[in-house]
Design a protein around this ligand. Sequence first.
Ligand code: CA
Length: 393
Amino acid sequence: MPLDLPADHPYGIHHLPYGVFAADGASPRVGVRIGDQVLDLAGCGGDPAVWDQPSLNPLLAQGSSAWQEARSWVTSLVTEPEHEDLVRANLHPLDEVSLHLPFAVADYVDFYASEHHATNVGRIFRPDGEPLTPNWKHLPIGYHGRSSTVVVSGTDVRRPHGQRKAPSDPAPTFGPSIKLDIEAELGFVVGGATTLGEPVSVDQARDHLFGVVILNDWSARDLQAWEYVPLGPFLGKSFATSISAWVTPMAALEAARVPLPGQDPEPLDYLRGDAAEGIDIEVEVEWNGTVVARPPYATMYWAPEQMIAHMTVNGATLTPGDLFGSGTISGSERDRRGSFLELSWNGTEPIDLGEGGTRTFLEDGDEIVMRAWAPGADGTRIELGECRGRIVP
Ligand code: CA
């Protein structure tokens, strides 16, 4: 191929994730990552109304057939020798560009789709009750988060202040969170608008699923535990949510599609459809340089297509730029848990960071990096864009 990339490069021709970059003092615009470079698509002759833009939202608005055409065009650019000179003239080394939030987040919803995670949290927070709430296997539980505090990988996260009260405390107190945590998730990027009052079925959902990012749902457990009854998460979550700078198109994940682990009881009709499938994505959570967990997305109980069907079944619209999180990804084994709440069992079992000592929750200066891999086309393995964040006081 013209770009001298090995066929099995994790950012090779089968991946082609989109992002927004700025180079040489120019304003941010849409690019595609190929190898360790960014390809300027407007520079390659792409429609400036889509590609010379500071976000992916115009592309997201165009809908799924335009996404297919765009991917075919980009693939031809990076594979056909006739485009080689044009492409080389529009490549920028990754270490010479700045990466920006790839899309303006419209509505942000976060689900709770891992049975292992929901069971662990139920055991920790409600030790005397059933770990799963009665609704859990009948609908994908979610809540509306705060879209304006979604930040791109590499953005520092300031430790939030708030109100907390442990059951043994006589009264609530105020101060910086002392149980600051992560949640390793995937975030699904939505495109193509819908009409108010018209639900999207499971089988139509794929037309609205543009791509995937790694998502870190930073969580202040002490704030959350005191505030969340009865309306759900609020200030314990809304201070920051980090996402990768690169959006992996769903089209790059076709080889990663796997059956769901199994749903029993069978969900109601509106949550059924052939398109409800899992995705084989392995996530890795690194804490100050030590890998502490490898959460497996393939174990998630609910499919992203079912999440879209559920969040529109009441007639609510989808908007280009909507983002929904999968919920914390946790597998059955301890080293597959996607939050420190679970890994440390609410602070009672310290986590070993090797030479970095032990931790239960995040300290100031700590850095979390999430990475993820999936099977790509032709036996390749693709790597999703990393999601990095450091805690500052
Ligand atoms: Ca979450």
